[in-house]
Design a protein around this ligand. Structure first.
Ligand SMILES: Nc1ncnc2c1ncn2[C@@H]1O[C@H](COP(=O)(O)OP(=O)(O)OP(=O)(O)O)[C@@H](O)[C@H]1O
Length: 249
């Protein structure tokens, strides 16, 4: 089996008496979408925060591309290719779609921010930004103000910004939230193709999307992984049905 791109080993994190992560070991393999599901308060966001570097675990390790990054900063992990997407606030709404992509490309280039004013005249940055927009299907909307994009298109733009960093793995926190049925369906189709660029660790409540996309699913309950398996294995698992899926599956 291929080496995992990203892995946690026994991650544990408490808030006072509350054990939000309880010895979590999961991995993300090349080319896959691994979905993390579980009821509200199960610890999904806490897990992602430790994987991306926003929270330091009490115990356990995070490995990315074969290296221990448990103590690395969020920025250091991002620079190595760990892309956390769907923090909509990161987009500059009054700027154009292309300017947002250029901002990502500038960040990726490591050039100082004072280059920003001239970024659109820099051929290499522009090429990188335009290629990312092309990849997510927004090339035709490059000159539009970002505020004019639909919610779904903004999420695609966030992926484009991430793509300028040439990510080795995506971590996505509820990308379908607020999209509506049509938008979710379109984004599902888009993410389906994106896994070829880099594997995706996907936290999502939308079970249609999860069942359509996931190669593997891990179920988190009270900070513990109670099951990991294929869509079929998870749908059939009596413990999972009890704890989370109920009759939905
Ligand atoms: N900074 C914090 N301080 C104290 N308790 C926290 C903190 N962050 C999270 N928690 C608690 O840890 C538990 C796990 O929360 P977390 O947000 O990780 O769950 P979640 O699975 O992402 O939930 P949701 O699906 O509602 O987003 C919850 O009981 C939450 O109240």
């Amino acid at each position: 089996m291929a080496e995992p791109v990203l892995a946690t080993h026994g991650l544990s994190k408490s808030f006072g008496a509350l054990q939000a992560s309880d010895g979590i070991s999961i991995d993300l393999r090349p080319g896959e979408i691994h979905a993390i599901i579980g009821p509200n308060g199960a610890g999904k966001s806490t897990l992602i925060a430790q994987i991306c570097g926003a929270l330091v675990p009490d115990a356990g390790r995070v490995e990315f591309l074969g290296r221990d990054v448990t103590r690395a900063s969020t920025e250091a992990r991002a620079a190595r290719g760990l892309a956390r997407t769907f923090q909509t606030s990161a987009l500059a709404m009054e700027d154009t779609v292309l300017q947002n992509a250029l901002l990502g490309a500038l960040g990726a280039s490591g050039r100082p921010w004072r280059f920003l004013a001239r970024a659109d005249r820099d051929a290499s940055l522009r090429t990188r930004a335009e290629a990312a927009l092309e990849a997510v299907g927004l090339a035709d909307l490059a000159e539009l103000r970002t505020a004019e994009l639909s919610h779904g298109q903004r999420r695609q733009l966030e992926v484009a910004v991430a793509l300028t960093l040439e990510p080795k793995a995506f971590v996505m926190d509820e990308p379908m939230a607020g999209l509506g049925q049509e938008g979710s369906k379109r984004l599902t189709g888009f993410l389906d193709g994106l896994r070829a660029q880099a594997p995706i660790l996907l936290v999502e409540h939308d079970m249609d999307a999860v069942f359509a996309l996931a190669d593997r699913i891990s179920v988190l309950v009270y900070g513990k992984v109670i099951a990991t398996g294929s869509v079929e294995e998870i749908r059939r698992d009596p413990q999972v049905r009890d704890a989370y899926l109920g009759e939905e599956a």
